[in-house]
Design a protein around this ligand. Structure first.
Ligand code: HEC
Length: 258
């Protein structure tokens, strides 16, 4: 069985236009071992009936086991593989959950990659409008209505100077309220984010300026966002925690009481 390819508005298998004639298959209640499909003999019987009815594709809603893909191929059926994710929960609230969604996707795609019966993947489903509205509003409000300045009166002189670089460079494309009210606090979160911003076209931030901004944001997070920082450190692996603490200490050692 050859994998179809996209050509213009159509799908082709070899030189032939491929018309999908498919039916949905599932969802099914998980069995005792968590497999969300019927037993293999029943699936094969179903697939035979589907193929006999002149259909050439099925759509499943959970990541199929490999034996199901083999069975589909045996009956000339292609599989549209739905990879579900928790679209109905407010997934962005929780970075761990957002990461897990991605890694689950990768794991499933890797497991099925290259199988001849793969027609396509359908990632997730509609994100409910209520979730979109909630995020849009909640995020925008958090960024936009939060403060756009930091009280630096008690910060060391060097950090005050770095704050100036931050206010100039990081306010070019959006308000400063965005970094100031974000939930980044760890040194590595900041270095990653600053690099990402430096890579945006026209940002014009030199690496020396990037370093000053990093030092400011790391220092500021260790004071103004101390509770958030401590919470993140408590959740980090011991190695990551040590790395982060070392980096924070470096900044303090460089600037404190000077
Ligand atoms: C050249 C334009 C540009 C500059 C300069 C810039 N940003 Fe951004 N920033 C963006 C854009 C575009 C987004 C939204 C898309 C994204 O997150 O990449 C954004 C989003 C953000 C976010 C929101 C992240 C989230 O979780 O939604 C933070 C925090 C941020 N920027 C921090 C900074 C900091 C710190 C600086 C200074 C080093 C900076 N930005 C400079 C363009 C810029």
């Amino acid at each position: 069985m050859q994998r179809p390819r996209v050509h213009g508005k159509f799908l082709f298998v070899g030189e032939e236009k491929f018309w999908i004639r498919g039916v949905t298959y599932g969802t099914f209640k998980p069995d005792h071992s968590g497999v969300q499909f019927p037993p293999q003999d029943l699936v094969e019987r179903d697939f035979r009936a589907i193929a006999d009815a002149g259909l050439n594709a099925i759509r499943v809603y959970t990541a199929p086991p490999l034996w199901l893909m083999h069975a589909a191929a045996a009956f000339g059926l292609r599989v549209m593989i739905g990879l579900p994710w928790e679209q109905h929960v407010t997934f962005l609230d929780d970075r761990v959950r957002a990461k897990r969604i991605l890694s689950d996707m990768r794991k499933n795609v890797r497991r099925l990659a290259g199988h001849p019966a793969v027609l396509c993947y359908a990632v997730g489903n509609e994100i409910p409008a209520s979730v979109v509205r909630w995020y849009g509003k909640a995020r925008v409000e958090r960024f936009e209505k939060g403060p756009a300045t930091v009280d630096i009166s008690k910060y060391p002189e060097g950090i005050k100077a770095n704050y100036e670089v931050f206010t100039q460079k990081c306010s070019q494309c959006h308000k400063l309220s965005r970094p100031i009210n974000s939930d980044y606090a760890l040194p590595d979160e900041w270095s990653r984010y600053i690099k990402r911003m430096m890579n945006k076209p026209g940002s014009g931030i030199s690496s020396a300026e990037g370093k000053k901004i990093y030092e400011f944001l790391t220092y500021d997070s260790s004071v103004r966002k101390k509770a958030m920082l401590d919470e993140k450190l408590a959740k980090a692996t011991p190695a990551d925690k040590t790395t982060a603490e070392t980096k924070i200490k470096e900044v303090h050692d460089k600037y404190d009481s000077k």
